[in-house]
Design a binder for this molecule. Sequence first.
Ligand code: NAD
Ligand code: ZN
Length: 341
Amino acid sequence: MRTLAKTKREPGIWMVDAPKPALGPNDVMIRIRKTAICGTDMHIYHWDDWSQKTIPVPMTVGHEYVGTVEAMGDEVRGLAIGQRVSGEGHIVCGHCRNCRAGRRHLCRNTQGVGVNRPGAFADYLVIPAENAFPIPDDIPDDIAAILDPFGNAAHTALSFDLVGEDVLITGAGPIGVMAAAIARHVGARHIVVTDVNDYRLSLARQMGASRAVNVSSESLESVMKELGMVEGFDVGLEMSGVPTAFRQMLEVMNHGGKVAMLGIPPSEAAVDWTKVIFKGLVIKGIYGREMYETWYKMIAMLQSGLDLSPMITHRFDVKEYLKGFETMSSGKSGKVVLDWS
Ligand code: NAD
Ligand code: ZN
């Protein structure tokens, strides 16, 4: 079968032939139809410090996908051959304290599809059947292919009550923009998104931001004044991984504000902790998606009118995968979808 894999310890990704993966009794084999490129795939593509430390070579990458059930192990129940599925990319151990309590997103033994074990950029993917998530017929393939990052956005944005609240989102990458769409959908008041990339800020505006602010040329404080925000933001969603963005968030949060942090900073970063202490801020770290509450909520939001289609700005046949990676690299894209069919 075809795979997109890291086969050399250097920048790049290569299409190589590999044997079909083996199927265990509790596994499902998925015939991949569409995949999307994640920021993580870009780190692996560029072979940055994190990838050099984390990714065994060779490794088939990718974890954003939709496909159909091709085969199932003998023990699998509740799925059918031919059924359309996407899947949770975090494979958990099932025996740690959090797994046993049903808090599987907090499993300390999590393995990542396309990071620690073979990924979805392949004609066939094998995962534990419990990780497969059935896709209702009214959700198109392109949207089903981006449920993984939409789930990061949903897990973060739905961590705190947003109804009637003023929300600051730092970082208008695909996840930040989808978080803005969720905040709009569930009834936030002002949704201010910051970035330094005008292409992405215009996508944020299109997806529901009240104001999209290029912090390299416009002051966030003046935007707040314009919106009549006297006291500060009620909820902050950090989705850039850039320390200056987080520091700026701490400045403009109201007292008692709540902050959810998804963005991954490249290294340790200093902040003024007195802002956290004297403002009585609540800070929550976010990893992945809740299994599987986030997945149910994503489907429900899509079915109740949240339209993610503007997020998919580029589509390529998988033969042109390098164009896809270059498009993601350019910063002038939302999600890029590769077609394997
Ligand atoms: P992305 O890199 O596409 O988006 C980050 C955005 O931040 C970019 O558009 C960038 O221009 C912007 N930015 C740069 N400087 C800024 C500044 N000073 N102020 C505001 N914005 C600034 O990433 P993404 O795919 O949307 O993911 C968002 C973040 O979440 C990344 O850091 C990613 O690594 C992380 N992530 C975390 C998890 C998790 O489970 N915790 C999962 C997926 C992604
Ligand atoms: Zn566990």
